[in-house]
Design a protein around this ligand. Sequence first.
Ligand code: 13P
Length: 260
Amino acid sequence: MEDDRLVIRVPVIAANWKMHKGPTETRQFLEGFLPGLHGDGGSPEVVICPPFVSLEAAVAACEGSPVEVAAQNMHFEEQGAYTGEVSAPMLVELGVDGVVLGHSERRQDFGETDENLARKMVTAVSAGLTPILCVGETEEERRSDETEAVLSRQVLTDLAELHDEQLERVVIAYEPIWAIGTGLTASVEQAEEAAATVRELVRTRDAEAAEKVRILYGGSVKPENAAELLAPADVDGALVGGASLSPEDFAAIVAAAPTS
Ligand code: 13P
């Protein structure tokens, strides 16, 4: 069973750099990180998510390597009067492979809504970008036993506009907000339970997609705790913030991913 899972779902280890690293630092990171990477069959998929201005440098540096590049947001329209925004076709033109959508920092600080996200998910998948959809509850919501309800609302609304056959192309990151940048992690049991809940929610849409969708854990993942957090059957990788800024630490987290 365990082996089947790994054959079907290749783990994903993604670096969300947030508002860190311009083009120069991006190149420096990749010069340090890429040579140590073993891109053979048993490896996880590795994704770097730099700020918009560093995407081009990242794509150029990753060319010829197995590392993929994703943006941290995008607009749902292909073009238009949306000052300060970036569209899916623009990301595709740069050679970007994916896009993080619905990170809690965008939901909390920039008014990202599930309705917008539903549109963004369709735009991303239709453009050929792999969306990494972030979901997760606040500390208050967990305390009042609302985690499942929050995940249900987010997952079902954000995926609502996708056709069933598009669902398997989505990556979903469970990121409890109370564990982001706090040094607190979910326990392995909490990560496992939430990932299983997310998979069951996808199953209510399509059983085959539920088996194929990669579900990541995010929230204070470090080299020291990565192996443990990545072990549960329904956790297929990690979305890493702070620890992904160091090539050595991120490489150690990649090395901790289960191999197929
Ligand atoms: P930290 O790893 O810094 O807690 O951030 C997690 C995160 O928000 C990844 O998207």
